[in-house]
Design a protein around this ligand. Structure first.
Ligand SMILES: NC(=O)c1ccc[n+]([C@@H]2O[C@H](COP(=O)([O-])OP(=O)(O)OC[C@H]3O[C@@H](n4cnc5c(N)ncnc54)[C@H](OP(=O)(O)O)[C@@H]3O)[C@@H](O)[C@H]2O)c1
Length: 341
């Protein structure tokens, strides 16, 4: 019997909240076994989910082209090489790259993000979580863009998530006082008890502005914002002179049908001489080894905690993306399709 590939294709662009109805599950022919030199055939083992995937569904100019209607949804993942014409990526090797929402794909060294071999002993879950793109984002966004100094007060929104929790802990390791904003008592307790933050704000039950007045009497030196909207506005009001705001993302806005008005207090940036800067982790990929060296030391020393939220089942892929937008994910959102052979 001919073996088939399974794919989730983009059926229609979402308006408002992304939903499984925006995608279509199809069976398609396996990628061609006639690989070109350098190419590998990859079986997907684990997929990673990123809020940015919602942005890739919009037909607008961005740092990557939009996913086209009828294309497999773009996604990072870890897979196993099952056929190879690349000596550096032999059969059986575990690789990380853009594998998309499909059971099999062709990995090409000339692709947008070429497949990269996993170091010995690194599991798919670890590769996509604490050694994944979210940790690179945390590392370079905080240290390069935010430039924290020992003794600074660092505020992190989305603090219990894959990116935010690593930002908060790196800031703590750099000698900063760290305040996190997250949704719900369980996530806040994890941030104080396990990640050892100095203070937390549960934005679902507390007023962010009032709590920042209590927790940050000397204001905030670095604000690493993952959320945007009202959270960004509240953070701006509590910035210290010459503070830095790192615009990492704005997850509260990604599913809005119409763009929301921006923060109404931007003149504070002028009066307090604040630098507010966006960044995209892709620009730092050629420096990834710097981050991996530090992350490996921190992980081996037990200095960084992380959580892996692993769903299962090919049919559950689109529904798993939604978990990021209602906060059901506890740590890095992933979905397992198969174990390595
Ligand atoms: N600039 C870059 O290169 C780059 C790279 C990677 C990620 N990012 C950004 O980093 C942020 C975090 O991404 P991640 O992959 O680490 O995801 P994550 O934080 O692990 O998961 C998303 C979290 O966002 C929170 N959230 C969802 N909707 C929200 C809302 N309306 N208001 C407030 N919080 C909301 C939820 O936490 P609660 O339960 O606490 O609400 C949810 O768990 C996103 O903004 C993403 O776009 C940027």
């Amino acid at each position: 019997m001919t073996q088939l590939n399974k794919q989730w294709l983009l059926k229609q662009r979402p308006v408002g909240m992304v939903s499984p109805d925006n995608f279509e599950l199809v069976q398609s022919p396996m990628p061609s076994p006639d690989l070109d030199a350098g190419q590998v055939l990859i079986k997907t083992l684990m997929l990673g989910f990123d809020p940015a995937m919602r942005g890739w569904l919009e037909d607008v100019r961005s740092y990557l082209p939009p996913v086209a209607i009828g294309e497999p949804m773009r996604a990072s993942g870890v897979g196993q090489v099952i056929a190879s014409r690349n000596a550096a990526l032999p059969e059986g090797a575990l690789v990380q790259g853009l594998l998309n929402w499909q059971a099999y794909s062709i990995g090409d060294p000339a692709g947008m993000i070429p497949p990269r071999i996993l170091p010995e002993g690194v599991t798919p879950g670890i590769a996509l979580s604490v050694f994944g793109t979210t940790s690179l984002t945390a590392y370079f966004g905080l240290l390069d863009v935010g430039q924290p100094k020992s003794g600074d007060t660092v505020l992190v929104s989305g603090a219990a998530g894959a990116t935010g929790s690593v930002v908060a802990q790196i800031a703590r390791l750099k000698g900063c006082r760290v305040i996190g904003i997250a949704g719900g008592a369980e996530k806040c307790a994890w941030l104080t008890d396990t990640c050892k933050l100095d203070g937390v704000i549960d934005y679902k039950s507390e007023n962010i502005d009032a709590r920042l007045t209590e927790l940050c009497p000397d204001d905030v030196d670095v604000f690493f914002d993952n959320v945007g909207g009202d959270t960004l506005e509240a953070g701006i009001s509590h910035m210290a002179d010459f503070g830095r705001i790192v615009l990492c993302g704005a997850i509260s806005q990604y599913n809005e049908e119409t763009p929301q008005p921006g923060p109404n207090n931007l003149m504070i940036l002028v009066a307090r001489r604040i630098r507010m800067q966006g960044f995209i982790v892709i620009d730092y990929l050629d420096r990834a080894e710097e981050a991996f060296a530090d992350l490996a030391n921190w992980v081996m020393g037990g200095d960084i905690a992380w959580r892996e939220d692993i769903q299962e089942g090919f049919e559950n892929i689109p529904a798993t993306l939604q978990r990021l937008f209602d906060g059901r994910n506890q740590g890095k959102q992933m979905l397992k399709l198969a174990d390595p052979q």
